[in-house]
Design a protein around this ligand. Structure first.
Ligand code: G4P
Length: 541
């Protein structure tokens, strides 16, 4: 084994890269903050705050992002714990940010699912879980808010199984009842962890007292009744519960489950330690040249997110790269697959809460931010020029909201076009041109309405262009082709005027209609028409 390979293996072994998925308000921000607290990356909880502003007016979205440091779009936090280097990719919780969230999930090796004990499995958790389970990545569950009344632990287990279709293995079990929990029983170590009353309101790391369950002091502390209930529950879990099986965990078929309370730090440390022990190190990735192993000496990575304006002082744009193999070094030259060019990676950035640091080296599992002069697009591969390949395409999201957009001032057309193209490349919007219409306006498609406001804000602030935007009544887009390969045009498609006939950026024909029902007439009258939710050469998310 070469020296480099030894170094790579050592570093890969240390790394854990994950995202937290949850429904808004389940406690993702609080848990993230507490993990940083235990990791020593922050000293007092409360530094990552401003939660109340999460459902803010849209126009100050960018402002808020700057102020918070941990952003509403995904950003990356890194810290060390117990010899491990942990990368948390923050995923935005707001529904309208879902595309960014989904893309972030392409860049992680595992996910942590936070569930509010009182609310159980909620809508957004379900959606995000689906993306993770389709990727087959391990999912760890943190059942949060144990400090107040909630569903019984056993009911949460049932709900996870029934709603998400995954079985869970409780790693620990709450002692006490309904929000009056005194601690947890650690099933693996067969220890009781009790928590002293928290006087710091969760601001300081809290270390549990560890006891042997046979210790009479335990019974005295938790009371005979709670002790008996705990024994019964554990017996039941041991006999009737799913046995622990690491292979199933790795395949995303069994989720190790931890109970705790992020706010009061109850169970947070056990969770962190359990997670580190079980979570996968950076994994091989599929590419056009087969699976690429992380300890392959040749560098490779892909862009999973592009973000403008993170730093108020510089109007810059960062491309976030997940490193997949080899060693990243500042100033290295890599091959950019899409443009087929060699590029130099000059000022790589890493992130720790508010601070950005210039970094010299990074390893598989790490995320680096690169200044993007406008060449990167979502899903782009960068790799060694002596081993060229492409990582698998990101799934594409069918657009559901449409607007006609043009520059208010026709003199600003050049900046307008530049801005629109850049935002399209970032994956923030999808761009269409109406058949037969002039070039002065575009039809923009998005997944959520919030993206239109972001579009307006960014064109004004980054490109100095005011726009006129007219929302369109369409909610469904279909890419079109005839079975025999003849061209689909407004003239050859019967009923093309029942919706809006447009072309995507690659001149593929697309029909926008009001709803699925409206498609009925089109399909009935064009018997050999093929329809797709996304371009025919892409995979739908
Ligand atoms: P999110 O990122 O998933 O949206 O959730 P976030 O952490 O912002 O938490 C949502 C609310 O739930 C916050 O209350 C937070 O304090 C509370 N919370 C988080 N963990 C726990 C917990 O373990 N127990 C209890 N009881 N509450 C918890 P808030 O009132 O909206 O905000 P704040 O005033 O506390 O900042």
């Amino acid at each position: 084994m070469s020296e480099l390979q030894e170094e790579l293996r050592r570093e890969i072994e240390k790394r854990r890269t994950f995202a937290i998925i949850s429904h808004p308000d389940a406690g993702k921000t609080t848990l993230t903050e507490k993990l940083l607290l235990y990791g020593g990356a922050i000293h007092l909880a409360g530094s990552i705050k401003s939660r109340k502003t999460q459902r803010h007016a849209v126009s100050d979205w960018m402002e808020i992002e700057k102020q918070r440091g941990i952003s509403v779009t995904s950003s990356v936090l890194q810290f060390d714990y117990d010899g491990c280097r942990i990368n948390i990719l923050d995923t935005p919780g707001h529904q309208d940010f879902s595309e960014d969230t989904y893309r972030t999930l392409m860049a992680v090796d595992s996910a942590v699912m936070v569930i509010d004990v009182a609310k159980g499995v909620e809508a957004q958790t379900k959606k995000l879980f689906k993306v993770c389970s389709e990727r087959g990545i391990p999912i760890f569950t943190f059942v949060n808010k144990l400090d107040h009344y909630g569903k019984a632990p056993i009911d949460i287990m049932d709900e996870i199984e029934n709603v998400l279709g995954i079985r869970s293995y409780p790693m620990n079990w709450p002692i006490g009842q309904d929000g009056q929990y005194l601690g947890v029983y650690d099933r693996r170590n067969k220890k009781v962890l009790l928590f002293a009353a928290d006087t710091s309101h969760g601001q300081q790391a809290r270390i549990a007292d560890v006891y042997d369950p046979e210790d009479p002091a335990v019974v005295a502390r938790i009371g005979e009744e709670n002790f008996q209930a705990l024994k019964d529950d554990i017996d039941l879990l041991d006999e009737a519960g799913e046995p622990f099986d690491m292979e199933k965990v790795n395949a995303g078929e069994l989720t190790p489950m931890f109970f705790g309370s992020a706010m009061t730090n109850f169970g947070v440390q056990d969770f962190l330690e359990g997670y580190i022990r079980m979570a996968p190190t950076p994994q091989p990735r599929p590419s056009s040249d087969g699976l690429i192993a992380p300890d392959d000496e040749k560098f490779s990575g892909f862009v999973f997110k592009i973000q403008a304006n993170m730093n108020p002082a510089h109007r810059d744009r960062l491309a976030f790269i997940r490193i997949c193999s080899g060693k990243f070094e500042r100033n290295m030259s890599v091959w950019h697959e899409r443009s087929d060019k060699l590029i130099k990676l000059a000022q790589p950035q890493q992130f720790l809460a508010q601070d950005r640091q210039i970094i010299d080296t990074a390893y598989p599992g790490d995320i680096v931010g690169l200044f993007d002069p406008g060449i990167f697009g979502i899903g782009d591969t960068i790799c060694d020029e002596h081993h060229k390949f492409k990582y698998a395409d990101f799934p594409v999201f069918p657009p559901e909201r449409f607007a006609r957009v043009q520059a208010k001032d026709t003199m600003k057309r050049k900046q307008f076009v530049k801005g629109m193209e850049q935002l399209t490349q970032e994956g923030a919007i999808q761009l269409f041109q109406q058949a037969g219409a002039g070039m002065e306006s575009y039809i923009v498609g998005t997944v959520g309405t919030l993206q239109f406001e972001v579009l307006e804000y960014r064109l004004k602030n980054e490109y100095n262009v005011d726009i006129i935007m007219q929302m369109q009544p369409y909610e469904v887009a279909r890419w079109l082709a005839f079975e025999d390969g003849r061209e689909v045009t407004p003239a050859s498609l019967k009923g093309a005027d029942r919706g809006m006939f447009v072309y995507d950026r690659h001149q593929n024909p697309v029909l926008l209609v009001n709803n699925e029902w409206a498609l009925g007439w089109i399909t009935d009258n064009n018997p050999d028409l093929l329809l797709n939710h996304v371009p025919f050469d892409k995979k739908e998310a």
